[in-house]
Design a protein around this ligand. Structure first.
Ligand code: ZN
Length: 478
């Protein structure tokens, strides 16, 4: 931070950039810009990881929350938005700018996150009555943060600070996701300074969503590179792969259990499952979507048909309200109904959260499904190290759920095609048109094993300056 203080002169002619979260890692996204002593944050994500490390990282902001005048939010994922209730609790009173769909998704996701924090604290307090803790934030704190949201449509410039204009464009990653262009308007005789943040960048031909818009002309780019060193399967392959999995499992008389994030991934799965059944690629079986958050998120998808791609728009016209349904699709919110699925006999698909199998209803389904070799566990998302999801991928012989060991006899399959992040080739395609105009490319939201090969590739492609900044590093942009 010493370097940072020295560098920042709080003059109002220069825009300064400070890296804080998702610098050399993929969680807790938060970057800051400063102009003449005024601070604006881009994202305010929750750091997810080991309990103590996460608590420490989340409670630390580089400047006092009341000094931050506005937050620009790229999208609703918790690792980009989930620390907002705490920022507000600590004194931030400014506007939180985002697209309307991001606001709607954040409304359910931040309250859900508050609920999880409350439950975590209650669980701890039950186990440690002599050492009680307060929830990190509550559902009410989430509601207070939501009252500060200001929604701005894609393509509509708005003033964040005097002379500092912001504009959102489609990022194609989840519903409402945006790339952020910040322009510092020129003073007389000068040049404007343009800074673009990709947020999380999506992919072409992901179901439902529009493709990312081309990145805008800019001088500085903060590019995510979650998969800077990996190429994904095409999303289109998912239909055939899902059909294969269902056919195999039905032939054995088993069930398919799919851990999936409630927002985005679950809706994409239903989208493909409907096609699988409609085109008779597999026998039509019952599909249970066992996640209250997924039910609410699906309702928000229905509220924003303007954000669908062409194919989905046409389908929505044809299917009306049944876009996120399949013939035997059942949305489950009630806990008793969820438990009743354990005694359901016959082939079925169960989609449930959490995505990485660390908590939630999926644990009950895995506990029942894992010991039976007729069943299939289908992994459709990234599984971080030290999660039950990763152990499933690694095919350990036994898994521990609620303190008890269960043999892992079920088939485990990995379906990679649904990633909502651009792969290495796609990233390169998006940023390459900016090569000759960029003064500096900053790689963020990326672990070293992904970022370093990607940085090399960018240099080889002719990018003049490529940086992989650490938390606490600051830069003057001119
Ligand atoms: Zn995201």
């Amino acid at each position: 931070m010493q370097f940072f203080k020295h560098l920042f002169s709080t003059d109002d002619d220069h825009l300064h950039l400070l890296f804080h979260g998702a610098a050399r890692e993929v969680t807790g996204s938060m970057h800051l810009v400063e102009l003449g002593g005024h601070w604006v944050a881009i994202d305010c994500g929750l750091y997810q990881g080991h309990r103590e490390q996460a608590a420490e990282a989340n409670a630390r902001f580089p400047v006092k929350p009341r000094q931050i005048e506005a937050v620009i939010l790229s999208h609703a994922h918790i690792d980009h938005s989930g620390n907002l209730p705490f920022l507000v609790k600590e004194g931030f009173v400014g506007p939180i700018y985002c697209t309307p769909a991001t606001r709607d998704l954040s409304a359910i996701m931040l309250q859900d996150s508050g609920h999880i924090q409350e439950e975590d604290a209650a669980y701890w307090n039950k186990k440690h009555p002599d050492d009680p803790i307060e929830p990190y934030y509550t559902r009410d704190d989430a509601k207070t943060a939501l009252s500060q949201f200001v929604t701005i449509d894609y393509g509509r410039p708005f003033m964040v600070l005097p002379r500092l204009v912001c504009q959102f464009a489609e990022a194609g990653h989840i519903l409402g996701s945006a790339t952020v262009l910040l322009t510092l308007e020129a003073k007389e005789g000068g040049q404007p300074v343009r800074l673009c943040f990709t947020g999380d960048l999506g992919r072409r031909s992901l179901p439902i969503l529009r493709d990312p818009a081309p990145l805008p002309a800019c001088d500085y780019l903060l590019a995510e590179a979650t998969y800077g060193n990996r190429v994904h399967e095409p999303p289109e392959d998912m239909k055939a792969k899902l059909a294969d999995v269902i056919n195999r499992t039905v032939a054995r008389g088993g069930r398919v259990v799919i851990p999936a994030f409630s927002v985005g991934r679950t809706q994409s799965l239903i989208f493909y499952l409907r096609q699988v059944f409609q085109e008779n690629l597999a026998p039509s079986i019952d599909v249970f979507i066992d996640s209250p958050l997924a039910v609410n998120a699906t309702e928000i998808f229905r509220l924003h048909p303007d954000l669908f791609d062409e194919e989905t728009t046409a389908l929505a016209k044809e299917l009306g309200g049944k876009l996120f349904d399949c013939p035997r699709c059942h949305y489950i919110t009630d806990v008793e109904q969820s438990k009743a699925l354990n005694s359901f006999t016959g082939p079925c698909v169960i989609i449930s959260a959490s995505g990485m199998c660390e908590a939630g209803r999926i644990l009950h389904h895995l506990k029942h499904a894992a010991p039976d070799k007729r069943n299939t566990i289908a992994i459709v998302g990234y599984m971080a190290a030290n999660t039950l999801g990763r152990r499933l991928v690694d095919r350990v012989p036994e898994i521990k759920i609620f303190g008890k060991m269960y043999p892992l006899e079920a088939e485990v399959v990995k379906l990679n095609g649904l990633s909502s992040h651009a792969g290495a080739d796609e990233l390169m395609e998006w940023i390459l048109p900016l090569k000759d105009m960029l003064k500096k490319l900053f790689i963020v939201h990326s672990e070293p094993a992904q970022a370093e090969p990607f940085a090399r590739r960018c240099r080889e492609a002719g990018f003049a300056e490529v940086d992989y900044p650490q938390a606490g590093e600051g830069f003057m942009l001119d």
